[in-house]
Design a binder for this molecule. Structure first.
Ligand code: CA
Length: 454
């Protein structure tokens, strides 16, 4: 919580700055306020009847207003909403047997909605994200499981084109190889989210789909456990992904992604295949960039040969292949950290989970499970978390200076990265678009005067 004191002192400074204005407003209002008090005192004891009636009417309308506003503000109760969800499920063909088994379990759980609504205070950096997910313990366990499930994994590769190490990497990242499956009853979690206004439509569909899964007899509701957001089983499939891609790999008649490792791994293979996995291609790899590399080119998709011609090499120092594979360069910790080249399968991983950090972690964990070594360029010693308030200030400042930052949301997404890179470039800094400490102290601490526009 190291950012709190800084944030509070900033807010304090703003309050101090406003004080003369507030004081001025108070001075302007005081005579009128005092005048009203004087008049009321003067008329005490002989208030005209009409003003008494007016007062009573005002009071009554105020009470009605409060009551009405309250009724307007409070949505239907959870029980009413749950009944509506079940009625819709019945209309859409879910059996009464499943409805009856789910209905007594549907209770309001305010923790679930507050988890969905809780706003993060920090943005995790790659330095904070990566080592927690790709570490020796996970690599070792992955290698053990690679040996243990060798023939199954080879069979899945033949059927779906997805190599063993990737299936294990997803499994490792999603549930630590089945160790943490989640403890929420999925239809209950989804009903709570569907009865909240934030993403009601999405979660209503997932709720009804979770009941369809129950209707197929793959699992009973008490064993249908998952995350608070409704992701289920070893591979954390949402019900929609389950209905479309879950596969009965062990041919026991049930598609059980919770208890059958075979079903879980086979299903992940078919899911990745459906997302567009390119057989015979890697996710990408760590690369070495030449010292004169133009960082404004990152995020552009170019043939591998174009990157090779710009001097990008593999970690052994060899030039990249002269092929037309589309690829882009990613530097998640800036120019001082490791650089990666990402191929089309990287985007397939991002269809599973829209996060570059996640996709790099899946790729790297897969490589190391398959025997690859550590990163050649280590992640620099930079903060593991950044306060969202700083990023927001940085975005506001970039917008003030005329750079296109996209939405001012405290999250340094691609548009913000490009804006940072353009700002860095205008200052003669290496334009890697990264929130370096120097960049943050120049843009993220306080509003900048717009006269410093480059
Ligand atoms: Ca099965």
């Amino acid at each position: 919580m190291w950012f709190r004191p800084i944030f509070q002192s900033d807010a304090q400074r703003r309050d101090d700055g406003n004080r003369p204005v507030s004081g001025l407003l108070l001075v302007q209002h005081r005579p009128r306020y005092e005048g009203l008090l004087e008049r009321t005192n003067a008329r005490k004891g002989h208030r005209p009847k009409s003003s008494l009636i007016a007062f009573a009417l005002l009071l009554i309308s105020l009470i009605f207003f409060i009551k009405f506003a309250h009724a307007e503000a409070s949505p239907a109760t959870f029980a009413e909403c749950a009944d509506r969800l079940l009625a819709e499920a019945t209309t859409r063909g879910v059996s009464s047997l499943v409805i009856d088994s789910v209905k007594p379990l549907l209770r309001e759980d305010t923790r679930i909605v507050s988890l969905d609504r809780s706003q993060p205070e920090f943005m995790q950096t790659f330095a904070g994200y990566f080592p927690v997910r790709v570490n020796n313990q996970r690599i070792d366990r992955g290698r053990e499981l690679l040996r243990e499930h060798q023939s199954l994994l080879q069979r899945i590769q033949r059927e779906t084109g997805v190599p063993p190490q990737y299936l294990l990497a997803f499994w490792g990242l999603e549930t630590d190889f089945g160790r943490v499956l989640g403890s929420h009853i999925v239809p209950v979690a989804l009903a709570n989210l569907a009865c909240d206004s934030r993403r009601a439509d999405f979660f209503r569909e997932e709720f009804i789909k979770s009941l369809r899964i129950l209707d197929r007899g793959d699992i009973t509701v008490d064993r249908m456990l998952g995350s608070w957001a409704g992701a289920m089983g070893n591979m954390q499939f949402m019900p929609s992904a389950y209905l479309d891609h879950a596969t009965d790999g062990d041919k026991d008649g049930k598609r059980d992604l919770w208890n059958s490792t075979t079903d879980a791994l086979v299903s992940a293979g078919y899911f990745l295949s459906a997302l567009g996995w390119t057989t015979g291609q890697r996710w990408g790899r760590e690369v070495l960039l030449p010292s004169n590399f133009d960082y404004l080119q990152t995020d552009k998709i170019e043939p591998l040969s174009a990157w090779a011609n710009m001097g990008v090499r593999d970690t052994a120092g060899r030039p990249l292949k002269q092929t037309d594979t589309p690829a882009r360069i990613i530097v998640p910790s800036g120019h001082q950290g490791p650089a990666f080249i990402a191929y089309p399968n990287f985007d397939v991983i991002m269809k599973w989970n829209r996060s570059e950090y996640y996709a790099i972690s899946v790729g790297r964990l897969a490589d190391q499970i398959a025997g690859g070594g550590k990163l050649v360029r280590p992640i620099p010693d930079i903060p593991e978390r950044l306060p969202l308030e700083s990023i927001r200030t940085l975005q506001e400042n970039l917008a003030l200076l005329g750079f296109e930052v996209g939405p001012i949301d405290g999250l340094a997404g691609p548009a913000t990265r490009r804006a940072i890179a353009a700002w860095q470039h205008a200052r003669g800094w290496i334009p890697d678009g990264f929130t370096h400490p120097e960049t943050l102290s120049a843009l993220g601490d306080a509003p900048v005067p717009s006269s410093t526009t480059p």
